[in-house]
Write a protein that binds this ligand. Structure first.
Ligand SMILES: Cc1ncc(COP(=O)(O)O)c(C=O)c1O
Length: 262
C-alpha cells in the first residue's frame, strides 16, 4: 500500500491534510448519513479519523486506488463490476494496474460473481470496487453477500472500495445496507457516499469517504496532493442541507408520535 506517501523524510516536516472541517463534525447528525454511520449502522465512526469530506465521490474513488495500490508488486489487479462507473477503470489504469472485470448479468441477479475468479488471479488482486446499489443495474449487496466478500478479502488480502453513492435512493422502504454494517468492515473497507444524488448537488463536488482509519489517512494524504479539501462554503452548504434533512426527520418523528398519542 502507498500509505507512507507524504511522510516526513527527515526531521519533523509537517504534512498538510485536506480540511477536516465543519461538515465532518456534523455529518453524523444527518438523517441519512446518521443512519449509515450512527446507531443504526452501529459504525460509531470517529469523525476526525474515519470520515473524510471529499470533493465528490468520483474524485475520491479515483484517489483511493492511487492511495492503496502497492506499486512494488509487479502484477497488480483491481476488481470492477462490468458494466461499471468509468472511474473504476481509470483509477485502475492510472494506478498502474489492470482492471479485472466481473460481468454482472441478469441471469446471475446482477451479482459480481467472485467465484469465477481463477486462483492465480487472486494473488494479484489488491483492490475491489463494489457498487451498491449498482449503477446501472440497481443490484443491492445484502449483508450475507458483503460477508462473503469479506471472507475473500481476508483470504486474498485485498481492500474494498464500496461505492454507495445511490444508497439513499430506494423504492421499497428498506434502505440498502451499508458495508459498514458488516462486522469487520472497518478493517478492510472504505465506503464512498455522495451529496450529488440524494441532495441534488452534483456540481457542488461534495461527498464523504468513511471507514478504516489507516485507509482514510492514506486517502487524505493522496488527496492533499490533488486538492486542498472541499471549498469551505460548499462544506457549510452541505452541512446545512444535512441538518435540514435531519431536522425535518425530527419534525416527522414528533408528528408521528403525536398522531399515535392522539
Ligand atoms: C456509481 C457512481 N459512483 C459515483 C458517482 C460520482 O458521484 P459524485 O462524484 O458526484 O459524488 C457517480 C455519478 O454519476 C456514479 O454513478
Amino acid at each position: 500500500m502507498a500509505v507512507d506517501l507524504g511522510a516526513a523524510r527527515n526531521g519533523d516536516a509537517a504534512f498538510l491534510h485536506p480540511h477536516h472541517d465543519l461538515a465532518v463534525e456534523l455529518v453524523a447528525l444527518d438523517r441519512d448519513l446518521g443512519r449509515r454511520y450512527g446507531a443504526e449502522v452501529g459504525a460509531d465512526l470517529d469523525p476526525a479519523t474515519q470520515i473524510l469530506p471529499v470533493n465528490g465521490s468520483r474524485e475520491a474513488l479515483f484517489a483511493f486506488a492511487q492511495a492503496v495500490i502497492d506499486q512494488t508488486r509487479h502484477v497488480k489487479r483491481v476488481l470492477s463490476p462490468n458494466p461499471f462507473y468509468q472511474i473504476y477503470e481509470g483509477a485502475a489504469l492510472l494506478g498502474g494496474t489492470k482492471p479485472y472485470f466481473l460481468n454482472t448479468l441478469p441471469e446471475n441477479g446482477f451479482r459480481m460473481d467472485f467465484g469465477t475468479i481463477p486462483e492465480d488471479m487472486w494473488e494479484t488482486v489488491q483492490l475491489a470496487y463494489v457498487c451498491s446499489p449498482g449503477n446501472p443495474t440497481g443490484k443491492v449487496m445484502s449483508l450475507a453477500e458483503w460477508k462473503a466478500v469479506f471472507e475473500l478479502a481476508d483470504r486474498h488480502d485485498f481492500i474494498i472500495a464500496s461505492d454507495e453513492c445511490y444508497s439513499e435512493i430506494y423504492f421499497d422502504g428498506v434502505p440498502p445496507p451499508s458495508i459498514l454494517q458488516v462486522p469487520g468492515a472497518r478493517e478492510i473497507a472504505v465506503e464512498f457516499t455522495s451529496m450529488s444524488k440524494t441532495y441534488s448537488m452534483p456540481g457542488w463536488r461534495i461527498g464523504f469517504a468513511a471507514g478504516n482509519k489507516r485507509l482514510i489517512d492514506a486517502l487524505a494524504r493522496v488527496k492533499s496532493y490533488l486538492d486542498y479539501g472541499a471549498f469551505t462554503p460548499v462544506q457549510v452548504a452541505a452541512t446545512a442541507r444535512l441538518l435540514k434533512m435531519w431536522s425535518m426527520a425530527i419534525v416527522r418523528m414528533v408528528a408521528t408520535q403525536n398522531q399515535i398519542a392522539a
